[in-house]
Ligand binder design. Structure first.
Ligand SMILES: *[C@@H]1O[C@H](CO)[C@@H](O)[C@H](O)[C@H]1NC(C)=O
Length: 478
């Protein structure tokens, strides 16, 4: 063979091999087991804040199940990010499907729309407030909020009106639970006075995709979560606030002081939170006290999530949470290690807590490479619902969870059929189990929990101490 042809052939073989290796890697990267086993970049000490999973040991089979109230509101913005049709679709997904009692604040003009979405499920619509600025804690703050917008690094896409809608949530939740517990708005249906044990704020737009949640959040599950939360934190159940998070703080945040102002990174999710009426009142009071203190010092408080972050740093022991990026506990290499927050750790002496407290790294759920190439190839991912809304799954009953698992299995399946190998007629049986299709079998346990495991309840205090060091305490302002 002449040398030019040989070189040409070798070059082609090399190109062929590297392309093959590349596609094989992409394919197997999305094989779930492989992904969770090695590539998430989790430190070995993940168990430090991932608590034991023996939820089953404290199933409260109480004869008086807790009553749970959902609180929400809709105040359309004059210049909104989304057209009103979107809101209607989201409101329908939420109000038509979720059967738990709802207390809803809105404008008189929107009352008809809300009632129309609700079908026959219990709802109490309160139209006392025309605008979010009319709620007592925000009354008369328009001028200050307008001035404040200049300090918002995202001021170009926010408005004082939007700040007011965000910052009214703690008031709405507290007020709704008080109203309902003091007078019975559902009296036509039930003669007895309902006393709600738990109230949760739910953003009106937080059910955007198809779902099977109905009796949500599940009262039994909520009770379990708060019992477990109390064990994790040592805080009484009726003083705990459940607040999902979307990331964990970088270690540098340990130098944060209260006087620096709100904690400005995506930590708490503003779309869902709650607890017992007592905890909700504490939270609303604390929120507005913090808000007023910062406002008086000329500090920007327009983004409620950053104010909440500050409150979570300052009162970490009051918060429990769930985080979709949490590493799977099954991979824990030291299952017997005591959690750092347990009141009397059986073996951790002072000297070995320091070694036990290696900070976590954020797992890279979607690394940049796949973010670039996946949309091009439409390779199916391990789809487990929208990550932000994992708490919906977390607080659902077992049967609704399994319906959701089946639904997600179908979504993965249809994505796979749209993918390049699907169109080429690959044999489904040869695919990894996590990619195989399941027929939609609602309520029949068709889903696969090993593909989409439910994350564990976390204590915010343990999480922050894992990141910042066991002796970390926030530096408060006078
Ligand atoms: C609506 O909410 C306000 C504020 O909480 C309350 O004062 C009022 O009584 C409520 N309206 C009704 C009709 O319950």
């Amino acid at each position: 063979m002449p040398p030019t042809i040989r070189r040409f052939a070798i070059a082609w073989i090399l190109i062929f091999c590297s392309v093959t290796v590349f596609f094989t890697l992409i394919f197997f990267y999305h094989h779930h087991e492989w992904r969770t086993l090695g590539l998430t970049g989790i430190s070995d000490d993940a168990q430090n804040y991932v608590q034991s999973s023996d939820v089953d040991t404290h199933h409260a089979q109480s004869s008086h199940p807790a009553k749970v109230l959902i609180v929400s509101a809709f105040y359309p913005l004059s210049k909104s990010k989304h057209p009103i049709e979107n809101y209607k679709a989201w409101l329908n997904r939420f109000l038509q499907n979720i059967e738990s009692p709802v207390y809803f604040f809105t404008t008189p003009a929107m009352e008809g729309l809300i009632r129309g979405c609700r079908a026959n499920h219990p709802i109490y619509i309160n139209t006392t407030f025309e605008r979010a600025f009319d709620v007592p804690p925000l009354h008369g703050l328009e001028g200050e909020y307008e001035k404040m917008q200049a300090k918002d690094r995202e001021g170009f896409r926010h408005s004082p009106e939007l700040y007011s809608v965000w910052n009214a949530k703690p008031y709405f939740l507290d007020e709704a639970v008080r109203n309902v517990n003091s007078l019975d708005p559902f009296a036509q249906n039930a003669p007895s006075l309902p006393t709600y044990n738990y109230g949760f704020w739910v953003d009106a737009g937080s059910f955007r995709q198809e779902h099977f949640y109905q009796r949500w959040p599940d009262a039994q599950r909520v009770q379990e979560v708060f019992e477990e939360g109390s064990q994790l934190t040592g805080t009484p159940q009726d003083e705990l606030i459940f607040f999902p998070i979307c990331t964990i703080p970088e270690r540098g945040w340990k130098r944060w002081r209260e006087s620096d102002g709100p904690v400005d990174f995506d930590f708490s999710e503003g779309s869902f939170f709650g607890g017992s009426p007592k905890a909700i009142s504490w939270y609303a009071q604390t929120f507005y006290a913090q808000h007023d203190k910062y406002l008086a010092n000329g500090i920007f408080v327009g983004k409620d999530q950053t104010v909440i972050n500050a409150i979570m740093f300052l009162h970490a022991n009051k918060f429990v949470s769930v985080w979709v990026g949490q590493p799977p506990y099954l991979l824990d290499p030291h299952p017997s290690l005591p959690p750092p927050s347990s009141p009397s750790p059986p073996l951790a002496s002072d000297s070995d807590t320091s070694t036990a407290m290696t900070p976590l790294q954020r797992p890279r759920i979607y690394p940049p490479l796949s973010r670039i190439f996946l949309p091009l190839l439409s390779v199916p991912q391990t789809y487990c619902g929208p990550e932000w809304y994992h708490y919906e799954f977390f607080l659902a009953s077992p049967s609704e969870r399994s319906s959701m698992l089946a639904l997600w299995g179908n979504i993965r399946d249809s994505r796979m059929r749209g993918a390049w190998w699907g169109r080429r007629g690959w044999n489904i049986a040869s695919l990894p189990s996590s990619m195989r299709m399941e027929p939609t079998r609602k309520d029949s346990g068709g889903g696969d929990e090993s593909v989409c495991p439910m994350k564990e309840l976390m204590s915010i205090e343990s999480l922050l101490k894992t990141q910042f060091g066991e002796r970390w305490v926030p530096i408060r302002m006078e």
